[in-house]
Design a protein around this ligand. Structure first.
Ligand code: TRP
Ligand code: SF4
Length: 404
């Protein structure tokens, strides 16, 4: 859907797993920083998702939630541009999850590859639970309750967005067929004015009779621009365009997060489970110590043994942090034993410390004002709730569950 950016809603969540590190910064967070200026963004802490694997160790969740929010803010995520909230503070996610669970075939969840993969990976935990099977459906509820159009995720999560699309399609198919749909849609068309109505009819015809996708896009853009129609009518008209019923839960798209090129201290991908991280709030002294002691090309046993940067994890860090000049200096100095490994690490230590300095400064502000952080989350959660309630109202109505 080619809607103008301000009508596109981005939603993403992160499980609270403790302090964030440079791998998160160079992957997810930098992407969020960019998106927050381009879209209507909702970013949340997925504490219920953490519970699916940490149900026997819930003590670490609460602390991790605040640590993570401080890291977001320190990295520059701006509560003035994006709504920041905590999943469990918007209980509407749970109601939608329950309602969606009624029509989601068990097989869809059992077939999601992360289900078996994670059970294999976390063998020490009993993940043969109802909650864990429902993990991706809860994620679908997270996304659909905001009618997000884009969901920034890593490669491993794309299947969850795909599932969300199927869940939405099934929901719309089951409940989008309100009585008198055609009449209501035609009445809504009239509200667009003579010119708008004619254009809509022509574009709809071009799509339905000739499969003209350009016409479909144009008609969608036309609907998005309409100021005078209600949300319900807009959805009806989106559905009417394609011939089906009302689209209550639009299908989101995955927005693949560019893979972080941040290597860890051992040359593998930076990840908490490998114990090779530099935390965002690591002190300059710790940063220096970690980098000074990180392994190098094992051929350089003594200072005058030449080495090969291709066999050295430090070289990978130069790819992230150094310019061509420094890289040429490393190549030459390493292969001729002209420089020592400690010399070689110098520019990396400086670059990482410089990168973290403004992050530390911002973090300090928030650490000193815990109430400010709580207020940011309380406000973000309230704003999120307003949107969530509205969707849920329509979902209940479509399912025949509105009793007022
Ligand atoms: N499952 C995601 C992860 O592990 C976190 C998540 C939960 C999420 N709900 C979401 C991501 C909704 C995007 C949208 O990374
Ligand atoms: Fe690695 Fe640099 Fe030492 Fe060469 S000089 S082995 S690239 S740290």
């Amino acid at each position: 859907m080619n809607l103008p950016a301000q009508n596109q809603r981005v939603l993403s969540g992160m499980r609270p797993t403790g302090k964030l590190h440079l791998g998160h910064y160079h992957g997810v967070l930098k992407n969020w920083l960019k998106l927050q200026h381009e879209y209507d963004c909702f970013f949340f802490v997925a504490d219920w998702h953490a519970l699916t694997t940490e149900y026997d160790n819930t003590g670490i969740i609460q602390e991790s939630v605040w640590e993570m929010v401080i890291d977001w803010l320190a990295a520059g995520v701006n509560p003035g541009s994006a709504r920041l909230f905590v999943q469990s503070m918007v209980p509407e996610h749970a109601e939608l999850h329950l309602l969606l669970s009624m029509s989601t075939p068990l097989g869809w969840l059992e077939r999601v590859p992360t289900y078996k993969d994670q059970q294999e990976k976390l063998k020490e935990k009993d993940l043969a639970t109802y909650g864990f099977l429902g993990y991706p459906l809860l994620q679908s509820a997270d996304i659909l309750i905001y009618r997000a159009t884009q969901v920034p995720v890593g490669e491993d999560q794309v299947v969850h967005v795909e599932l969300t699309r199927e869940v939405a399609r099934r929901f719309n198919h089951l409940y989008g067929r309100e009585p008198g749909f055609e009449e209501k849609a035609e009445a809504a068309v009239k509200k667009m004015g003579k010119k708008g109505a004619k254009l809509y009819h022509n574009l709809r015809k071009a799509f339905q009779e000739q499969g003209d996708h350009e016409a479909l896009e144009k008609a969608r853009a036309l609907l998005t621009e309409q100021q005078n129609i209600t949300l319900g009518d807009r959805e009806r008209l989106f559905g009417y365009l394609e011939g089906g019923g009302k689209i209550i839960l639009p299908e989101p798209q995955a927005l693949l997060t560019p893979a972080s090129k941040m290597p860890g201290l051992d040359g593998q991908k930076m990840s908490k489970s490998y114990g090779n991280t530099i935390a965002l709030r690591e002190s300059p002294e710790e940063v220096e110590k970690k980098l000074r002691t990180m392994p190098t090309d094992t051929k350089r046993v003594r200072r005058d043994d030449p080495g090969n940067p291709a066999d050295c994890p430090v070289w990978q860090l130069h790819q992230v942090y150094s310019n061509e000049e420094v890289k040429a200096w490393v190549q030459e100095g390493c292969t001729t034993a002209g420089i020592g490994c400690i010399d070689c690490k110098g520019p990396i230590i400086d670059a990482v410390q410089a990168e973290l300095k403004p992050i530390h400064e911002r973090a300090q502000e928030f650490i000193q004002q815990p109430q400010l952080v709580r207020n940011i989350i309380a406000e973000g959660s309230e704003e999120a709730r307003d949107v969530a309630r509205e969707t849920l109202g329509e979902v209940r109505q479509a399912m025949g569950l509105s009793y007022s």
